[in-house]
Design a protein around this ligand. Structure first.
Ligand code: FES
Length: 229
């Protein structure tokens, strides 16, 4: 389906924010395939949903190649095609919940925070903390780190019943090590490379304790104890 760009701007840390007009419905942690070209580059780009509101849908994205470069040059009013939502998203949980994001992995956590009242959030940045007003408005406590300090250095996992995380694999792996032997359960959203986005190409295969799975279709969110990071 074709839609129109409402807003598209650089927000820092190598990330852009794009808002697209229309009526959308999706679950937290799902993604859309975005495309603003006809033939080249061939593949649409899978991007996690940041927020859905009455005006449309928004995404945070990083420049990773030709496709996202074209998207970053779009102006308000330009057409863009969206397909989705795809993937299975985060499961809603209750209790003491922490969201942990690093880099572009902070993107899906805003919609998660809107859906889980009173959660705390831990965001890891490289140099500069971005989009904090949004997260502050929907989370109980917000913690950020940058530079050499990692979010895994400051979180006490036993303070939480559930941790929902998205970000670099070493960060999520470390969290899984930290919850070992505790009652804390983790849902991880994988950022594996994708091509088709709909389960047809196997580019996004990930390993789980019940065999290989497709990140795009069986994930991108898995229970941490099921997946092999
Ligand atoms: Fe093609 Fe997942 S991206 S099977």
């Amino acid at each position: 389906m074709e839609y129109k760009v409402i807003e598209n701007r650089y927000v820092g840390e190598g990330m852009y924010y794009i808002k697209i007009g229309g009526s959308f419905e999706a679950r937290m942690g799902q993604f859309y395939m975005l495309r603003a070209w006809d033939k080249y580059p061939l593949l649409s780009r899978p991007i996690s949903i940041y927020q859905i509101d009455d005006e449309g849908i928004s995404f945070l994205y990083k420049l990773v190649g030709e496709g996202t470069k074209i998207i970053s040059n779009l102006k308000p009013g330009d057409p863009i095609k969206l397909e989705g939502p795809y993937g299975n998203g985060f499961e809603k949980v209750e209790g003491r919940v922490a969201l942990v994001g690093g880099g572009i992995g902070i993107a899906p956590l805003y919609m998660v925070a809107q859906n889980i009242p009173n959660c705390d959030i831990y965001l890891g940045f490289r140099d500069q903390a971005i989009m904090l007003d949004d997260y502050k408005a929907v989370c109980k406590d917000l913690y950020t780190t940058s530079g050499d300090t990692l979010v895994t250095d400051i979180i006490n996992v036993e303070d939480y019943d559930y941790i929902l995380t998205c970000g670099p694999t070493p960060m999520m792996k470390k969290l899984m090590e930290m919850v070992e032997g505790t009652k804390t359960r983790v849902q991880v959203s994988l950022e594996n490379h994708m091509a088709c986005g709909v389960g047809a190409c196997l580019v996004c295969t990930c390993k789980t304790h019940s065999g290989n799975k497709k990140t795009c279709k069986d994930g991108p969110v898995f229970w941490g104890e099921d997946v092999i990071l």
